[in-house]
Design a binder for this molecule. Sequence first.
Ligand code: GLU
Length: 437
Amino acid sequence: MRAASPFPDMNKKGPLMIDRSRYDENNPLDMHNLQFDIAAQRLDLEPWIAEKIKHPRREFVVRFPLRRDDGRIELLSGYRVQHNTLRGPAKGGLRYHPNVDLNEVRALAGWMTWKCAVVNIPFGGAKGGVTCDPSTMSQHEIERLTRRYIWELSPIIGPDSDIPAPDVNTNPQVMAWIVDTYSVFKGYTCPSVVTGKPIEIGGSLGRLKATSRGAIFTLREAAKVLNIDLASSTAVIQGYGNVGYHAAQLMEELGVKIIAMSDSKGGILSHKGLNSSEAYEHRQRTGSVSDFREADNITNAELLELPCDILVPAALEGAITRENAAKIEAKVIVEGANGPTSPFADDILYDNGSFVIPDILANAGGVTVSYFEWVQNGQKLFWTEEDVYKRLDKIMKTAFQEVYDISARERVNMRTAAYLLGVGRVAKAKRLRGIFP
Ligand code: GLU
């Protein structure tokens, strides 16, 4: 069931009716749209602006063949959605995952628009993805897939138009193939067509850990306003990829005890505390964090409901829903993933006193350092890691403060406050730019 637009007439301001029963909690796009509608209603946006900026500007769908190592040919579907370009070039990662479809990519692209606006960097929002299962593919196959997919996207991506980056199951090596593929047909090297590159070919120091570092900066700010002593806190991490692993490491540095973590295959728990590096090595060796020594195996569902101070959902959408929200005991939820919590769950968490640092704020450190990388590429300069982190800290701190102030002033949860800030900025850009012709 598609959610009806709550704007009865595009040309008339009227009472905005949001019928929550029409939004499907299992549909990431519906969740994106509901988050947006809640903000648009509070901001009392002109209906035409709301309808314009809620939906993607451009959608690009490609079908292409991949030759597998054994000679078989498979046809794959790929997507790139440019949700918004009002405040700057479209920006956002590329995801390789079996769940990727146009609907999910639209939601993820929208979240990039609001995220870039919340941290006030001059980008719009985009996302791309290929429906595939990289866990069954060789590096050669992933390289061929990447090169062909990027060739297919070449009419719409570029250093000043749309700049991809890593996301789930893509990494600096994949970004290096993108630079190479794009540069080969341009005839000269174009590092700034993509961010999250290896340092050796124009990447930025600090980019690899940037999403986690940004998230931990927001956690530090939350701990201040909530009076939480991080050095005596416990944390649970869902998802042990790039974001989850580096978040664990950074929390350990602050004295936080990591008591549980999980990946797509299952979770582990130890009340004595888990060593993040050893757990990572175990996962690299065996393919999962499960069966780690001196820890008990638990399910992903059990993991989310553990008593703890800090919960970091760093996997996929749909982790916290109306089904499990009431059972979540964490004091602070730091959303490393995009879209892990539904608005229905947000209401329950808010009533129960859990403080959610929403994705479009908490995980904005990744795209912020992507912005730094793009700026450095443009100026042919390299900043030190210290410089990158100092600038990141300042941006995350300011964004947290702005969102927190709105949430206090408007008496809304942190998610709605972040949307009021982000959507408000994009709506302002639309008002200023007007309509062509
Ligand atoms: N994929 C990351 C995100 O969801 C980073 C995007 C970027 O750096 O462009 O924010």
